[in-house]
Design a protein around this ligand. Structure first.
Ligand code: FRU
Length: 424
């Protein structure tokens, strides 16, 4: 019998493993893989809304694209509630941290535009209230399809469930700004199957989200990365020799790390439009290492596949750890095998003195890395913090073979276009 992957003319593959031995090599505060300190006096994009995950408009090859000279970003967004009694503390002061921590439950997709690739102007909500079938509009990818301005927005429709969906609309420009029109009909694409990717029934803490469609530079087919967990009942996973890797004596104990089951999923489109998808086995698994490999994405460079994914300290398994930030893996072909960048996988982590300063890093093909500010300490002890909900300074990265180096820092939310499309 042919395997699913052979059916679609895709080479069958084994997932690559991010092992516990790899993760033991993670070193926080190595200057070549640490994000420069974010100052507490950062500017905020908006006093009315929090923003976090940032999704630059791009083409299917990964190039960040402006239209008629306008850069466009999509962001997960939620209202700030400085005057809502629900978010006042006992002394009547705004508890911004509680408001910020509650944001995921009311996340909506918004867009912003700019002539300069920074200083973003507020565009508004992409879909009208009621268009999206679920309470939460979680991360995904806006793809500029053509010079008519058609855009496919892939995103995650969450609560109830978690479904990868897409909605088609159009970007329209004038001399004065950008608007998004259409985005009225949401098409469900797929959800976790319980055989390759864990379902909510198997684990209430499952992750299945963050679609990132792309055209494979080698075979020209349309694929999609996404975040998942390896299928199986919670607690049933085995952390065996392969997942442990080549550890020194005394490091064989995996504790309770069988609960950490992150993977980077991949699907292939059966049609040119990306309306019909087939899930394939994960590209990369982190069983026994980490429970979340979020917002996976590629940079195609020097004939190699650079796979990036964001992860947290709190999602690591027992006996391994690392900073919040972006991790990376490299392979010579799409289906691997993938090797952790810098030996460990760590590409850009928060400094240990400011462990929550930024998150949701997105590495662009020009080596620039955008992220959002989560919270930054305002005193020596780190007990006082300032909540962000805004764009972080962009970081410059040099990617060389199996290594990466932090080489620069730019303005807040600097996301310059790599190409411009003149709309017809
Ligand atoms: C990353 C993330 C995504 C998810 C969104 C929810 O910051 O956890 O994986 O889509 O935020 O707010």
């Amino acid at each position: 019998m042919k395997t699913t992957t052979e059916k679609f003319g895709v080479t069958p593959h084994q997932p690559s493993l991010w092992t516990r031995a790899d993760a033991l090599k993670v070193r926080a505060d190595d200057p070549t893989t640490t994000q420069p300190l974010v100052r507490a006096d950062f500017p905020v994009l908006s006093d009315d809304v929090f923003i976090w995950d940032t999704m630059p408009l791009r083409d299917l090859d990964g190039n960040v694209t402006s239209v008629d000279g306008w850069s466009v970003i999509f962001t997960l967004t939620a209202d700030r509630h400085p005057n809502d009694p629900q978010y006042l503390d006992e002394d009547g002061n705004y508890d911004i941290l509680r408001d910020w921590n509650d944001r995921h439950g009311r996340a909506k997709m918004y867009y912003w535009f700019s002539r300069t690739g920074k200083n973003w102007e507020f565009g508004g909500r992409v879909m009208a209230e009621g268009v999206s079938p679920t309470a939460r509009e979680w991360a995904g990818t806006p793809i500029l399809l053509n010079d008519r301005g058609e855009v496919d927005l892939y995103y995650t429709a969450v609560t109830p469930g978690a479904t990868i969906v897409k909605v088609r609309g159009r970007v329209v420009t004038t001399e004065h700004g950008v608007s998004m029109v259409g985005f009225e009909k949401v098409k469900p694409l797929f959800e976790a199957d319980g055989k390759m990717y864990q379902t909510e029934a198997q684990n209430a803490f499952w992750g299945f989200r963050d679609p990132w469609p792309f055209r494979d530079p080698e075979d020209g087919k349309l694929y999609m990365l996404f975040e998942g967990n390896v299928a199986g009942e919670r607690g049933s996973h085995k952390v065996g020799e392969a997942e442990i890797g080549d550890v020194p004596p005394g490091y064989e104990d995996v504790g309770n790390s069988r609960f950490q089951t992150a993977c980077v999923g991949i699907a292939v489109a059966r049609d040119a439009d990306g309306d019909d998808w087939e899930m394939l086995p994960p590209l990369l698994t982190a069983v026994g290492v980490n429970d979340q490999t979020e917002r996976p994405h590629f940079v195609f460079q020097d004939g190699k596949y650079y796979l990036f994914t964001i992860s947290h300290t709190f999602t690591y398994g027992d006996g391994v750890t690392g900073p919040d930030g972006v991790y990376g893996f490299v392979a010579d072909s799409l289906f691997g095998p993938y090797v952790p960048l810098n030996g460990s996988g760590l590409v850009l982590g928060n400094p240990s003195s400011q462990p929550f300063q930024t998150y949701s890093h997105y590495v662009m093909p020009n080596g620039l890395v955008t992220s959002f500010i989560d919270s930054v300490p305002t005193d020596e002890t780190g007990t006082q913090i300032r909540v962000g909900g805004t764009e972080a300074p962009t970081v410059g990265l040099k990617i060389k073979g199996q290594q990466t180096f932090v080489v620069g820092e730019y303005d807040y939310g600097y996301i310059p276009p790599m190409l411009d499309v003149t709309l017809k």
